[in-house]
Every structure is written in C-alpha cells, then in structure tokens.
Design a protein around this ligand. Structure first.
Ligand SMILES: *Cc1c(COP(=O)(O)O)cnc(C)c1O
Length: 376
C-alpha cells in the first residue's frame, strides 16, 4: 500500500477514459491539423457552455492567460494590480513582465484566499485591477470584491487555475461558477488542475465580446487581418491534441470534482480528532472542490520527512511568499509585511488528493501523519 500512494494519479485517471482519449488523439493525427484544428474551437465552445459565459479564448497555459488578460484590459506600465500575497507566482510574474506593479494583499489564515477587508487600504490612484485567485479549489469572497471593483472603477480578474467547477454563493442565494464573475478570467489545464490536459494548456473567459476579440488577437501576435499587426501580442495557442483530450475530460469533470470533494470530506472526518492538525476551512459561500487538500501543522518540515520515509508523498504550496523572493525584491517588501502569508508558508502541507484516491489510502496517510506527529 505505502509504495503505491501517489500525490496525483494521472495514469489511473487516464485508464478509465483510455479508449475515448486514444481515439480523440488518433483523430487529430488523422486530420493532421495540429495548429488551430477543429477540436480547439470545439473545446472552447464546450467550456463556454459549461461555464455559462459568452466567450472562451484558448491559449497555451494559465500564465499566458494572465498576461493576455492584463493586455486585453489595456493595463499600462506603472499601473498597479492587487493580488493575494499567498499565491503561485504567475499573476505577479505576468504583471512584472508588462511593467505593471504587483501590489500584494494579505490572506485569510483559514481559507488561504485574499482577505477582502484589506483590499481598500492598498488602493492608490494607480490601482487598475484586482486579481482574485481562488486557491486550492475554493472561491474567494467575490461579492464584496466585485463591489470594491465597482466602487473604485477597478477591473476584476479571476485566476481560476485551481478551482474550475467551484461555486460561489452570493448573499441573495444566487450561485455562480468561479471564473465567470470577473471582467475577464483565466484558467490553466496543467495536468494536475481540476481539468488537466496531457501537457500545457490554458484559457481566458469573458462575457465582453470586445475583450474576447482583443484577447484572441493578442494571443495571435496581435494580428487582425493576416499579417496586419494591430498591437504587440504573443504566440499562445492551445494545441489541437490537448484540446481534443480536454473535450473528453470536460465530459467527466463533474465526476472528477465529486471524487475530490468526497476525498476532501473524508480527510476532514479522519482529522476530526487530531486537534494539532488545522484542517482547511470550507467557507459558507463556497463549494470547495479540493484541487489541493492543505493542512497546517507545527514542525511541518520534520513531519514531511517522516511521511516520506513511510511512503506518503506530500508537497508544500507555497514554501516562500512572492514578496520575499529574490526576483521580486525590487518591489521593496520586507519580512513582516504580510504576516498571514508568511505564517502559512511555514505551516502548510498538501496531502495527496486526486480523483483516484481510495479511503484505505487516506486512512493510511492520516494514521501515518498521526504517528509521525506523536514521535516528534
Ligand atoms: C497553475 C497556476 C497558474 C498557471 O498555470 P500554468 O498553466 O502552469 O501556466 C496560474 N495561477 C495559479 C494560481 C495556478 O495554480
């Protein structure tokens, strides 16, 4: 058992849809339209239907999606973009590459998402947009954030790389899928995301036809008519083969998400009587899809080593906050600027969670963790 526990089980997931996926790949090879073949547009339409948005613009990966979104919104060098301090690097990196200034906002220690109560204090005359990152499968608190956006004239970008299929509930009971509420929203189909392909992939969604047009143009070298470049763009395409695979997997997305939710809830139960482990909280406004199952604990690094020795893989998302990374030192932040994000980086641990995990494996993982902790 212990040798078989995986952080993710992409192969096991593939075997269950092997025939359909193999056929989809073979069809692409038979047609040999490897760039912008029919499956790309087909998948974009299917994802738009799933999300209930007007437009989906596919691109090469979720990092490009953010860069294209910033450009489509006409953000200019010097513009400030608010984003959570506890996060993957992509939203800061894409901003920095365009000369925008990433401005961090601390997060909630229980949900890991941006703390909406701290946003207003960071707004200056140069602030143009807020990137809301729905971390680990759970929606940030969108209603007050959308309200701040309206009030201050800021664009809202949802980075939905980790939470496709998650739901946000407004105070009037209305529900919306994450990645459908911002002015423009971004997705990654990196293999371990809720909807993952067999390589890199990404997309942008929006209900604004003009923004969709612009994003499409930017992703194609800023090209309007062929060889007429209306703006500086980039080359960011979703591979036809990846699109064909994604269409098959999108049909299974709801069952993948249900498996993740079941696994998350099973962990929550197994950890109920382990008070030294802080379980991830489920906000009342969000359906958590458990793209990651993140606990917090003391002596995290020692526990991680003991788990490893007992055949239980684990990961740290994220070991160091972006504001303290060398590449972003030029922004001038220092230790203590974002105390919650800094604390989380020392305490978080991601346990195996994926569509194929079994309750036996989860019991073994939790037991091993328990014994590791009491041995320290
Ligand atoms: C994975 C991820 C991205 C970027 O995805 P890539 O497809 O790897 O470029 C962006 N933001 C967040 C929060 C992510 O988790």
């Amino acid at each position: 058992m212990e040798n078989s526990i995986k952080m993710v089980d992409l192969h096991g997931q593939y075997l269950k849809i092997k025939e359909e996926v193999d056929q989809a790949i073979q069809d692409v090879i038979s047609a040999s339209a490897f760039i912008n073949g029919k499956p790309v547009e087909a998948f974009a339409g299917e994802l738009a239907d799933y999300l209930g948005v007007k437009q989906v613009v596919p691109c090469a990966n979720g990092t490009d999606a953010l860069q294209i979104a910033y450009q489509a919104l006409d953000l200019k060098p010097g513009d400030e973009v608010l984003m959570p301090a506890f996060n993957y690097v992509a939203s800061a990196e894409a901003a920095a590459l365009l000369g925008l200034k990433p401005v961090f906002v601390d997060v909630w220690e229980d949900s890991f998402n941006i703390n909406e109560n701290l946003i207003k204090a960071k707004i200056t005359p140069d602030t143009k947009a807020i990137v809301v990152v729905h971390l680990f499968g759970q929606s940030a608190n969108m209603e007050p954030i959308l309200e701040i956006g309206r009030q201050y004239g800021l664009k809202v970008i949802e980075d939905n790389a980790q939470s496709l299929g998650s739901v946000y509930q407004f105070s009037n009971g209305e529900t919306k899928l994450t990645g459908t509420m911002g002015d423009i929203n971004t997705y990654s189909f990196f293999p371990t995301k809720n909807l993952g392909c067999f390589g890199d992939g990404g997309a942008i969604s929006t209900n604004d036809q003009d923004l969709a047009k612009k994003a499409t143009m930017i992703s194609r070298h800023g090209q309007g008519q062929k060889y007429a470049y209306e703006m500086v763009g980039c080359n960011s395409r979703l591979d036809t083969i990846q699109a064909a695979i994604l269409s098959v997997k999108l049909r299974n997305l709801d069952s993948y998400i249900q498996n993740r939710i079941d696994a998350g809830h099973r962990y929550n139960q197994l950890f109920e009587n382990l008070p030294k482990v802080v379980r991830p909280s489920e906000n009342s406004w969000s359906k958590h899809t458990y793209n990651q199952y993140i606990i917090r604990l003391e002596k995290r690094d020692q526990v991680k080593e003991l788990l490893k020795a007992a055949g239980v893989p684990s990961m740290i998302y994220y070991p160091s906050p972006i504001h303290l990374q060398k590449a972003y030192a030029y922004l001038g932040y220092k230790v203590g600027d974002f105390p919650v994000a800094e604390m989380l980086c020392n305490e978080v641990l991601a346990l195996p969670v994926h569509t194929e995990i079994t309750s036996k494996e989860q019991e073994y993982i939790v037991n091993t963790l328990f014994h590791s902790m009491i041995s320290l």
